[in-house]
Ligand binder design. Structure first.
Ligand code: NAD
Length: 408
């Protein structure tokens, strides 16, 4: 069997390797010539994917990367894993998906299957993508070619998160489309969960994201309330963990108000950086310093520990807020040596992580722990830093002089 995977990023590359290991011939398509070149040389550009893993399947000729979409004419299935970011005014941007549809449509062979994996709103697959594919190919979805949606559930840095072991939800445009998509994923994924339509599959992924956002917001809100009461949220979390899983399970009836929940969760979460900046101001204040003119180091740029993905990270919001208030801001992140140009934060492009040594760290007035990578030596940090604001409880168990660490 021969398939194509479009978009060789955090989602597409591990998936391509997974299929290749199941003896499927994979053509990896990406518009980024740099990534294409690295894959074909058996080199990795994602921290948690070892180069040998790529090199092995490339050597066996199971995986080949290219920027030439004509190869689509030779495959039985195309899986799309391109980005679906939110625009500046937080509207979904599906332009990458539509561009991919336009690029593959002219080469699509009769009977081929197209599966979208990118996170998106219900209707994207059977309205937007379908229309682009039908216009570009002159064929009809569900009749001349098959169409399906299967949300990706990649969880970078989670050791257990092997693509093969994460159940795959699949929805088809027609029952025949579903059958084809289930057969495709069953070749290499242990458990495939069929649902009744593309829209249900799209909605499933959104529910997972919203559930997480609401839970994060709930803890954020309690962090503020407990903080005001002088109660340490981290101690509460540890204690609560000993009984049930920490987060609340929402009952179905509570979903009647779900857009209010979602918006409220978003509001609470996006306001957290301001709370952290206030904590930085308070910590500096005790040393008779202002944010303006202070040298502040952000520790951890990635959006969560032990990954190299920093695209949606709140660390950028922190850097921006502190810089606006006149701080001299730098960052340290072993996994993000240099900030790539992005649409959201063009002003930070090209900045480099500082070095990890006593002289560098001591030179900062304050170190703000934004992400707690486990490779960082927090004992050294406790020793070297003059003042620390810790938003992750990373300094728990590290002995430092009284008043040096501030939790936020
Ligand atoms: N990374 C995660 O942990 C994660 C988690 C949940 C959902 N997702 C979703 O998965 C999707 C992919 O995310 P990702 O993290 O893999 O993105 P990514 O940026 O790492 O990778 C996307 C790749 O697509 C390529 N690309 C863009 N436009 C293209 C086009 N027209 N043709 C061919 N290639 C193109 C880019 O060059 C890039 O290599 C998104 O919808 C995202 O929301 C990602």
């Amino acid at each position: 069997m021969k398939i194509a995977i479009v978009g060789l990023g955090y989602v597409g590359l591990p998936l391509a390797i997974q299929f290749a290991r199941a003896n499927v011939n994979v053509l990896g398509l990406d518009i980024d010539a740099g990534k294409v070149d690295l894959v074909n040389k058996g080199r990795s550009y994602i921290k948690h994917i070892a180069p040998e893993t790529i090199a092995e399947v490339v050597r066996q000729k199971r995986l080949r990367a290219s920027s030439d979409f004509r190869g689509v004419s030779e495959v039985e299935a195309v899986i799309i894993c391109v980005p679906t970011p939110l625009s500046r005014n937080r509207e979904p941007d599906i332009s990458f998906v539509l561009e991919t549809g336009q690029a593959i449509a002219p080469h699509l062979s009769r009977g081929a299957l197209v599966v979208l994996e990118s996170t998106t709103y219900p209707g994207t697959t059977d309205e937007d993508l379908r229309s682009v594919l039908e216009v570009g190919s002159g064929m009809k979805a569900g009749v001349d070619f098959h169409l399906a949606f299967s949300p990706e559930r990649e969880d970078p840095a989670n050791e257990q998160s092997k693509v093969k072991l994460i159940p795959k939800v699949v929805g088809g445009h027609t029952p025949a489309c579903l059958e084809r998509a289930v057969a495709l994923y069953s070749k290499t994924i242990d458990k495939v969960v069929p649902v009744s339509s593309c829209r249900v599959a799209e909605a499933t992924k959104l529910l997972e994201n919203i559930f997480r956002s609401v839970n994060i917001a709930l803890v954020n809100e309690l962090k503020l309330v407990y903080g005001a009461m002088g109660i340490d949220i981290w101690e509460v979390i540890e204690a609560a963990r000993t009984k049930d899983p920490f987060y609340l399970t929402w009952k179905a009836r509570e979903y009647g108000q779900h857009t209010r929940f979602i918006e409220l969760a978003g509001e609470i979460n996006t306001r957290m950086p301001e709370h952290v900046v206030r904590a930085v101001a308070d910590a500096l204040n005790t040393q008779c310093k202002a944010i303006k003119g202070s040298k502040i180091l952000i520790l951890g740029l990635a959006y969560k520990p032990n990954v190299d993905d920093e695209r949606e990270s709140p660390s950028y919001a922190l850097m921006k807020l502190l810089a606006e208030r006149g701080a001299e801001v730098a960052y340290y992140d072993p996994y993000v040596p240099v900030i790539k140009p992005t649409r959201e934060h063009p002003q930070f492009a090209g900045r480099k992580s500082v070095e990890w040594n006593r002289a560098t760290i001591t030179a900062f007035d304050l170190v703000l722990i934004a992400t707690n990578h486990s490779s960082v030596d927090y004992h050294e940090l406790g020793d070297w830093a003059r003042c620390i604001v810790d938003t992750r409880n990373a300094m728990a168990g590290v002995h430092v002089s009284e008043g040096k660490v501030w939790k936020a």
